[in-house]
Design a protein around this ligand. Structure first.
Ligand SMILES: [Ca+2]
Ligand SMILES: [Ca+2]
Length: 358
């Protein structure tokens, strides 16, 4: 008797919890004035994503296939379906039902359900709540599903009622395009789990647009070795994003596959003053670069006594003699942020060969 009582109590508790949950959902709907449906999309491998939509909203369900570990992803035959909760959802694609001899409709203009080929049939069955698709290809090239972004089925649905809905991918047959049409999935059972099938309810972020950054670097010999390496860096948000090295004095550089955006192009070479260029990459971008030896105040590629004179004049404070920007950096040979008479003296000594800056 006690057992029965506690069972009844347990049932009552479950019921009351359910009622509270339902009330909470009602409260949400009342607060926002919007009725919603929670939709869960599940792949043939059981991974799923869930999202909430307003009644009346149309959304897209993305299902991908990557079988790169099975015959390089070349699929020769597939037969799949997507089952959905038809009391909550309806397929938003247009489909025709007045085709002779069809007891189900054909989806039309669905360019994103894969594979749409002459040999494919795509239908919304007379049984509401299932979309079937199937195809086979005799060629050994098969359909290539060799990356996580290879679309298998991309279908739009409209939410017609509030509640909880599921969209479940099923596969009767999935076979690689070899002589035997070796099955990955056979009669609905996964016989080779060596594939992935990502699903998503939001459009995956597009691959970044990339461009090439290139140009000519002018630099100078400051040692016997004219092939000193030049390091080119692209820095974004204070982080190194891309880099390349080239060798020589006047030399072309090129960095491919750079995501579009704003960067600092920073160039380094031994015995030279590193230089920054602010660049915006939007399509292929050319930026020529010139870097000068330490102490080359007038940026002519050589350290001479007049470089020392320019540094000295700056140190003396004449307004007309102020060094700025890269010339200032080249003159500040001890790199203390100021151009002073000791910088000028060091440059004189370098020019006269008395002392080596490098
Ligand atoms: Ca110079
Ligand atoms: Ca200095």
């Amino acid at each position: 008797m006690r057992k029965i009582l506690s069972l009844m109590l347990a049932i009552l508790m479950v019921v009351s919890v359910t009622v509270v949950a339902a009330n909470a959902a009602d409260a949400d709907a009342a607060a926002t004035g919007v009725e919603t449906a929670t939709v869960t999309l599940t792949s043939v491998k059981g991974n799923s994503v869930t999202q909430t939509y307003a009644v009346g909203e149309t959304f897209t369900a993305y299902t991908y296939l990557n079988a790169s570990n099975c015959n390089e992803g070349k699929i020769g035959s597939l037969n799949g379906s997507q089952e959905y909760t038809s009391s909550i959802l309806e397929v938003a694609e247009t489909y025709v039902t007045d085709v002779d001899d069809y007891d189900y409709g054909l989806l039309e203009d669905v360019d994103t359900i894969f594979p749409i080929l002459k040999s494919a049939t795509v239908g919304n069955a007379g049984i509401e709540g299932i979309v079937y698709y199937n195809a086979s290809i005799p060629s050994k090239a098969g359909f290539k599903f060799n990356a996580d972004d290879r679309a298998l089925v991309i279908l739009r649905y409209t939410v017609k009622a509030a509640g909880e809905a599921t969209i479940t991918n099923r596969m009767q047959t999935l076979a690689v395009s070899d002589d035997m049409l070796t099955r990955i999935i056979d009669k609905g059972a996964i016989v080779n789990p060596d594939f992935t099938s990502p699903v998503a309810l939001s459009e995956p972020a597009p691959l970044p647009v990339t461009s090439t950054v290139s140009g000519t670097i002018t630099s100078y010999s400051t040692s016997a070795d004219a092939s000193d390496e030049i390091l080119v860096e692209l820095i974004q948000d204070n982080k190194l994003a891309y880099s390349a090295t080239v060798n020589g004095n006047t030399v072309a550089y090129s960095i491919a596959d750079v995501a579009d955006g704003d960067y600092i192009l920073r160039v380094h070479k031994e015995n030279h003053v590193s230089r920054d260029y602010e660049i915006t990459v939007s399509g292929d971008t050319t930026q020529d670069v010139k870097i000068c030896p330490i102490g080359d105040t007038n940026l002519n590629g050589r350290v001479q006594s007049n470089d020392g004179m320019f540094a000295y004049k700056h140190a003396q404070g004449g307004a007309a003699d102020k060094l700025e920007g890269y010339a200032f950096k080249c003159a500040d040979v001890n790199n203390n942020g100021r151009v002073q008479s000791n910088d000028a003296m060091a440059i004189y000594k370098q020019a006269s060969g008395e002392h080596n800056l490098f």
